[in-house]
Design a binder for this molecule. Structure first.
Ligand code: GTP
Length: 554
């Protein structure tokens, strides 16, 4: 390789340490056919001297034989693996390229741009922090540009670099650059992209890719590589909301029981009060154990083992969170779904759902709307076909603890798996909790409910500021001990009288009815909470009361 740190020759350990500590940026490149994506990637690798000497020699020889750039190096030939696949018509996947500069490490996902590869782009984008959206300066903003930008916003990518390429073919015109920038800003206004930067480049000539362009003195921004090296990504991390999905319970002997996983967000310290979800049981952290020994603190992205002060029941897939800082917990939710297989996502069909280490089964209840990826218009529909995207409502058989996807990508995302083939057929991003009460009408869960109609009937009135959340938390805890609850909230019925009679009907069927902040329902129990900490306490107290009165076994 032409360039490398001098440290490699003198102190390899110091070099490795330095490399390990560099910040990692995951990025995605998207562009339409012939926008110059391959040339840009080749140019980035070439100008940062990330090409080995023998690769360079092969590139020179290939360029003279099959290149499309005359005398010049055809840098697009460097990344032709993907193109070769395409010519042969075999499955196009996401190609990942790894490179580094003195400042950062990069993992670049290179995805094909055509609409039929929407699912590939979703895969490549799923953990990207930045998207490079390529525009051909001659053509301006195209349908594909809009589709790529929509997907980037849907998948929660916070930083977008709009690279306006082939500036050499428009005489490096400032006016053309400004036109395209305004056009893009006009349509992306609705997408909620937080950080959008524009760079005029020529991938072929190397203008503003790694080095500032002498041909565009009017541009006072940074060349693309400098943007990639300096975009502030550490602020994107959430150190506030502690979420620890348990990946494995480590019990090497009778004296040690640790919960292993990677911290999805937030910070944890010994003695922190934590709640295990979905059970709602609370305790304190005893130790934060790592390969390097016990730590005083661990934070997002670190793989750790936590031990707890009390022997509470926590299994793989459960989540530990701080008391007073709870995620949503629900068996029904609304999520944006990208569908990735030929057989459509249809209501009522059973799928496996995997959210982090948690597996459950579930079904889609209804499509709220589908989004046309080209026009961004919302359309009606009852199913999602291959490469379609829509907001759908799901019901799952085990309560999931999650945050809305824009708040926490790790806990708000899930994949949908075909039960027979075990293949991932969809990707979902949770938007909000959906009403569990509607599950009563759902053919998928009715059997489950009938199986559980053995409990003594009761109605619990959940009041206070956090009535809805309290009802949902209680429902989840009841479900966990093998009972089924139904939440009646304001939206289910219009009048108090209707609510009263609906509660009676449900009760007569043996279901536990939870009413959230509504009056007029004769209740057996009344619980109240105003905040997350109150909810956890109220749930515990009610469960204890029900157990004491032998209305709830176990
Ligand atoms: N003049 C000029 N030509 C460019 C520039 N960037 C790329 N090209 C040319 O545009 C053509 C397409 O470039 P590629 O890099 O293969 O484009 P791509 O987007 O990767 O295309 P696909 O792989 O087909 O999706 C090639 O002939 C490139 O040499 C540029 O900045 N200026």
């Amino acid at each position: 390789m032409s360039h490398q740190s001098d440290l490699i020759g003198t102190d390899i350990n110091a070099y490795l340490k330095q490399h390990e500590q560099k910040e990692l940026l995951r990025l995605l490149t998207c562009g339409s056919v012939d926008d110059g994506k391959s040339t840009l990637i080749g140019r980035l690798l070439h100008d940062t001297s990330m090409i080995y000497e023998d690769q360079l020699a092969a590139l020179e020889s290939d360029s003279s034989k099959v290149g499309s750039t005359g005398e010049k190096l055809d840098l697009s030939l460097l990344v032709d693996g993907l193109q070769a696949e395409r010519e042969q018509g075999i499955t196009i996947d996401v190609a990942y390229r790894y490179f580094s500069t003195a400042k950062r490490k990069f993992i670049m996902a290179d995805t094909p741009g055509h609409e039929q590869y929407t699912r590939n782009m979703a895969t490549g984008a799923s953990n990207a922090q930045l998207a490079v959206i390529l525009i051909d300066a001659r053509h301006g903003v195209l349908t594909q540009t809009k589709r790529h930008s929509f997907l980037a916003s849907l998948l929660g990518i916070k930083h977008v670099v709009v690279a306006i390429n082939k500036m050499d073919l428009v005489d490096y015109s400032e006016q053309r650059f400004n036109e395209i920038r305004e056009e893009y800003q006009h349509f992306c206004g609705n997408l909620g992209l937080e950080d959008v930067r524009f760079v005029p480049i020529s991938a072929l000539e190397g203008d503003n890719v790694v080095y500032p362009s002498e041909n565009m003195p009017w541009f006072d921004g940074k060349p693309m590589m400098q943007v990639l090296e300096t975009v502030p990504i550490s602020h994107d991390k959430d150190f506030e909301h502690f979420r620890f999905p348990v990946q494995y319970v480590n019990r090497p002997n009778l004296d040690f029981r640790g919960f292993c996983g990677t911290i999805a967000s937030g910070v944890v310290k010994p003695d922190d009060e934590v709640v295990a979800l979905p059970s709602g049981r609370s305790t304190r952290v005893d130790r934060v154990v790592t390969f390097e020994g016990d730590q005083d603190e661990a934070h997002i992205d670190q793989a750790v083992t936590l031990t707890l002060k009390d022997e509470i029941d926590v299994s793989r897939g459960d989540m530990l969170v701080h008391a007073g800082n709870m995620p949503e917990v629900a068996t029904a939710f609304n999520a944006n779904v990208v569908w990735m297989t030929d057989q459509p996502l249809a209501p009522g069909r059973q799928y496996d759902i995997k959210q982090g280490p948690r597996y459950t089964s579930g079904a889609m209840r209804r499509v709220h709307y589908k989004t046309d990826v080209n026009t961004l218009e919302q359309q009606e529909g009852s199913e999602l076909g291959l490469n379609e995207i829509g907001l759908c409502e799901f019901a799952v058989s085990h309560p999931l603890a999650f945050d809305p996807y824009p708040n926490c990508g790790s806990t708000g995302a899930f994949i949908i798996i075909d039960r027979l083939t075990n293949i991932t057929i969809g990707a979902g991003m949770i938007k909000s909790t959906a009403s569990d009460a509607e599950g009563l009408m759902n053919p998928v869960t009715i059997e489950e409910w009938q199986r559980r109609l053995d409990q003594k009937p009761l109605v619990i009135d959940c009041g206070g500021e956090a009535a809805d959340k309290l009802a949902t938390a209680l429902q989840r805890s009841l479900f966990d001990v093998g009972k089924t609850g139904v939440v009646l909230d304001n939206t289910n019925t219009d009048s108090e009288e209707d609510r009263g009679s609906m509660a009676d009907v449900l009760r007569s069927q043996g279901l536990i009815v939870l009413t959230a902040g509504i009056s007029g329902t004769p209740a057996d129990y009344s619980v109240s909470a105003d905040n997350d900490a109150g909810i956890s306490k109220a749930v515990q107290e009610l469960l204890q009361t029900l157990r004491r009165e032998q209305r709830l076994q176990g």
